[in-house]
Design a protein around this ligand. Sequence first.
Ligand code: SAH
Ligand code: SF4
Length: 330
Amino acid sequence: MAELGEPPYRARQVYEALSRGLVTDFAAVTTLPLALRQALAERLSPVSLTEVEARVAPKGTARKTLFTTADGHPVEAVLMLVAGRATVCVSTQVGCAVGCAFCASGRLGLRRDLTAEEIVDQVLHFARLLHGDGDRRITNVVFMGMGEPFHTYDETLRACRLLNDPDGFGLAARHISVSTVGVVPGIDRFAAEPLQLNLAVSLHAATDELRDRLVPLNRTYPLDRVFAACDRYVKATRRKLLFEYVVLRGVNDTPAQITALAQRLRRPLYHLNLIAYNETGGAFTRPVAGEIEAMRDRLERMGVSVTVRHSPGGDIEAACGQLALRHEGG
Ligand code: SAH
Ligand code: SF4
């Protein structure tokens, strides 16, 4: 606006039209004079991602969209409609440098970090879809798509603040969750943030011996350090902390892992989510019917607060990274 010789409040009008009015075209920013709309359209693109492909789960409970960035990178996000909630799962990076053994995103390697605008645009895309469908709204955003949010901490937090901004998209911070694989300095920074954001930690194994193999970052931040940071987080925030555990049949659901898991997680404010592994063409298998529930029951009897999370996106390759990988011929 300064370049165009316009007053600063014009920028705010554009920001509000994009984030609250959900417009995708400067021509639709009717609070601006026509000449200014045209000048902006010649210089800028109001949307950073282009939709390439969308897949809808049979009962319409999940919709996965593959986008491309302006420089041609694949980005994917998922909308889940479950129990009256509309949750968007966003990606923070193209690929991921961590390379967890069971995760498709890791197999892409890290191409680049996404900007906060590219993260927010994934949410705005689905917000527009829902708005057109009986004026429904996005109720939750989870940072659980491709990438490790705490490897791009500043853009992740900037995206959280943009989504939360009461003058912008206006989503309550307690309806935003960030998932980390256990980047200890990130957990400590996050604990000190003034916003009431939620944190999830991806665990996947209860001993260093196994976790070293499943989550290579465990060699840098082993379990004792991760749990020390988790304790600091809970002490500082008094908020519930969620642990995610992708159940790999015969690998991390053994009696020894369950016992070790219970020892680690029997704490106030700790909660465990068990997730059935979505097959990604790797060496692991998904637990068969009833196995995950049996594991949950065993952990419950050992005093762990635990639930099974049912992912509605399994049949549309909604495990993170799957669609992007296929798109690249991986
Ligand atoms: N990098 C962050 C956030 C993205 S991954 C993290 O790891 O926490 C978000 C979740 O998707 C993680 O809990 C991860 O374990 C899970 N996930 C990855 N691959 C999966 C698969 N094949 N099946 C089921 N869940 C998977
Ligand atoms: Fe990266 Fe998370 Fe996938 Fe691990 S599970 S490779 S940290 S995106």
